[in-house]
Design a protein around this ligand. Structure first.
Ligand SMILES: [Ca+2]
Length: 285
């Protein structure tokens, strides 16, 4: 019996070692695949995605930067080495120029107290900023933040970006609106849809390499949208990005996507989050 047990135990040990080798082999392979699949460049190779085969991406944190934890982020863009941020809450809404590395606000314009600031985008030498329920948008000089003009719209204002020719706006629904940047009149609208139907709650936006990226309100997801059809061509799962140690005081939802086109860097943050993250995307499936 002793020999049998010894022999049996040896077999178990060998089997366990064999399993371990297989496990670490597969783990290493997956790691290699993940590294190989991570990309600073969020390429638009997903344009061929079908509804039954929409790629899912996870992320790798490249680095993080301080973010004003009083900033209720509603709009975020990166231009010529600086972040520009629009914040919300009536009485606290602002437009800011922010130094990325320090998180310091270099320039700030406060909105009149009745306005709840929303999405921002930089178009030419101007910064445009939406308000939530006032039907009013502002156009500022990018250098001085001087208010140049105002414009009106008939929907709620949430996210704002542009494709170089048209402004692209969200209002918390599944629709993205394309506006003329001179007249602010609607040119067209698209419903954003995935395999399971319309994707509602589209919030902060960023136009990146021919795609529209949109935060999905109250989730940790960004959808990548094909701008001609409205089809979702990728999901980015950012679960766990803000770690428990950064949640020691009230934080709100994930919101804020900015892209440094010159250096191909992708930044994300959230409302009242203490950090802005530079991330790379890793294809999950
Ligand atoms: Ca943005």
């Amino acid at each position: 019996m002793g020999n049998y047990l010894q022999s049996h135990n040896h077999k178990k040990i060998y089997r366990n070692q064999y399993v371990k080798v297989i496990f670490w082999g597969v783990f290493s392979l997956l790691g290699a695949i993940c590294i190989a699949s991570c990309s600073k460049a969020p390429t638009n190779s997903t344009n061929s995605a079908t509804l039954d085969n929409i790629p899912v991406y996870t992320y790798k944190v490249v680095t993080s930067y301080p973010h004003d934890q009083r900033a209720f982020t509603q709009g975020l863009v990166f231009e010529d080495g600086f972040l520009y941020e629009g914040t919300g809450i009536r009485g606290q809404s602002s437009l800011r120029k922010v130094e990325l590395e320090s998180g310091n606000t270099l320039q700030k314009h406060m909105l009149p107290a009745q306005f709840f600031g929303e999405g921002v985008t930089i178009f030419g030498n101007t910064i445009l900023q939406l308000t939530w329920q006032s039907g009013l948008g502002f156009v500022y000089d990018i250098d001085t933040f001087e208010l140049l003009k105002e414009f009106n719209y008939s929907i709620e204002g949430w996210g704002l970006t542009h494709d170089g020719k048209q402004l692209i706006m969200s209002n918390g629904s599944a629709i993205v609106y394309f506006l003329d940047p001179e007249t602010f009149q609607e040119i067209k609208r698209l419903e954003v849809y995935s395999r399971d139907g319309p994707v509602t709650g589209l919030n902060e936006l960023e136009y990146i390499q021919g795609e529209i990226y949109a935060n999905v309100w109250q989730t940790d997801y960004i959808v990548r949208i094909e701008p001609k059809t409205g089809q979702v061509i990728g999901w980015i799962d950012l679960t766990g990005l803000l770690r428990p140690e950064d949640r020691g005081y009230p934080v709100d939802v994930f919101n804020g996507i900015a892209y440094d086109q010159k250096n191909d860097r992708l930044f994300v943050t959230g409302k009242l989050w203490p950090k802005i993250f530079e991330i790379e995307l890793c294809k999950k499936k």
